[in-house]
Design a protein around this ligand. Structure first.
Ligand SMILES: [Zn+2]
Length: 500
């Protein structure tokens, strides 16, 4: 059914007088197969995570689907629901680079949504006679919010030139959408019924952004899943991103961050499913609530603890196991280990390592010591000491431009820290663990993809560099001069349709 027909059909649901403090909104996506439901009116975010909505608020009421009032309130409800999910796990952290995160519900025509540290931005586009508003999909909204939340917890991930770090940002966004959907009782009951309690089955919960997927499918069906944008239930097995092509169809894994993110998303989603299955023979809603809250706690804890190394998926997976042991009595250990082993995010060697004593693990942000990696040669052995610090000064390293189509200039890139003998690793196709990746190689591979896709705004250097010959696309990064040096920095996380 097209979105337009779905919206018309869903209008039948408006059958009762408006109740105070309720809105009509989508649970996960306009095309997930469910009708709009009544939801509690959006709650005020905590002071540390304030919002500024760039639109006049329509009256709080049960607005008809397809109207601006409906779109406004379903978007704001999903943002505040997502904030309520993450805020209790974030300590005193606020937004990474602003006091108030601006919310642009409709910035014009595009099949897109992005997070740029100042705002979350959404768009509209007419596709096959149907208007698609990216901000109308709670899946899309809570994905974008996930970028902002992760940026608040670990701002160093913003600029680091690393495929797995960028892919993890996308995965965190998709997991944010899944976990925010599970905050709604009717989603929990519907998913339990549809899957028989076996959550690692394709369902409206695992299918992300059905409406954006539908819109892209009308012109480029090979770029999206057959029934959504991305599906958290998939069969991809980990592979070092340097061995993958820079882009590819949806059916294959590439090192394009959205594509590669699907490996980690499926691992975490399968761990959630196994935790639910392990909790009861016939899982009930409360088991789903507990497993989802554990997963969100473990994700945040792992992000705080993890070193930003090239093999970031294995590092995060291991820190989730550590956090589960330290804070949750290892009640998710079997589920996490099974899921991460099954898709190669961890090798058998890496999970066989004896658990480290607690003292080597958690340190709160306020008690953190010296920044990890700061002042250390990126190729050198890591300095001994705490492994779990935030914030981290990642090495800023010069690259020769000649081999990158950038002439005789040197570019400065922020690269991951060097792995060491204790760094956990993913599984190799031929058995054992993958080789450790040099942070320079990781950064260079990431930069090459940006250049090949015209993603870097060359600014004043445009026209002077051979790479200027690439037609510019959405420029997620920029080349700026800082004290006479050319530095590549990120502008935004782009989550839309970027094919010509
Ligand atoms: Zn994204």
């Amino acid at each position: 059914m097209s979105p337009a027909r779905r919206a018309r059909a869903s209008g039948r649901r408006r059958d009762a007088a408006p109740a105070a403090r309720e809105i009509l909104g989508w649970e996960d996506d306009p095309l997930s197969g469910a009708l709009p439901i009544r939801l509690p009116a959006p709650s005020m975010p905590p002071a540390k995570l304030r919002l500024a909505i760039v639109a006049k608020a329509p009256p709080l009421a049960l607005h008809e689907p397809g109207t601006p009032g409906f779109r406004y309130w379903t978007a704001i409800e999903s943002i505040t629901r997502g904030i309520s999910l993450w805020a209790p796990r974030m300590g005193e952290r606020g937004w990474a680079a602003t006091e108030r995160l601006r919310i642009h519900l409709d910035r014009g025509r595009d099949l897109n949504a992005y997070y740029d540290r100042e705002s979350l931005s959404f768009f509209h586009e007419e596709v096959a006679g149907t208007m698609i508003y990216s901000g109308e999909s709670p899946d899309v909204v809570t994905h974008e919010l996930g970028h902002a939340i992760l940026d608040a917890i670990r701002p160093e991930l913003w600029d680091v030139m690393s495929t797995e770090a960028a892919a993890f940002h996308e995965s965190f966004g998709d997991l944010s959408a899944i976990l925010a959907a599970l905050e709604i009782p009717s989603v929990r009951s519907a998913v339990l019924e549809a899957t028989g309690g076996k959550l690692f089955r394709s369902s409206r919960l695992s299918r992300l952004a059905e409406s954006l997927g539908w819109a892209i499918r009308q012109s480029r069906p090979e770029l999206v899943a057959e029934d959504c944008l991305r599906n958290a239930v998939n069969a991809f097995f980990y592979r070092p991103p340097g061995e993958l092509p820079p882009s590819g169809p949806d059916a294959t894994l590439s090192r394009e961050p959205h594509s590669f993110s699907r490996v980690f998303t499926a691992g975490a989603f399968e761990a959630l499913a196994l935790a639910v299955a392990g909790a009861a023979k016939k899982p009930a809603e409360r088991h789903l609530v507990e497993a989802a809250r554990d997963l969100s706690t473990l994700l945040v804890e792992a992000v705080v603890r993890a070193r930003i190394v090239p093999g970031y998926f294995a590092e995060i997976a291991t820190r989730m196991l550590d956090a589960d042991r330290d804070q949750l009595g290892a009640r998710n250990a079997e589920a996490l280990r099974t899921a991460f082993l099954r898709r190669g995010i961890l090798s058998l060697d890496s999970t066989a390592a004896p658990p480290k004593p607690k003292a080597a693990g958690v340190r709160s942000r306020s008690s953190s010591g010296e920044a990890e990696g700061a002042g250390r040669a990126p190729r050198g052995r890591p300095a001994p000491g705490p492994r779990t610090q935030s914030p981290v000064a990642l090495p800023l390293v010069a690259f020769e431009g000649a081999s990158l189509g950038l002439g005789r200039r040197r570019l400065l890139l922020r690269i991951p820290v060097a792995p060491d003998a204790e760094t956990p690793r993913g599984a190799a196709y031929r058995g054992g663990s993958v080789a450790l990746v040099d942070p320079h190689d990781d950064a260079r591979a990431f930069l090459e993809v940006l250049l090949r896709r015209g993603r870097i705004d060359l600014g004043a250097e445009r026209g002077r560099l051979p790479a200027s010959g690439v037609r510019p696309a959405r420029r997620t990064h920029t080349l700026s001069r800082e004290r006479g040096r050319l530095v590549v920095t990120r502008r935004f996380f782009d989550c839309g349709f970027d094919a010509p």
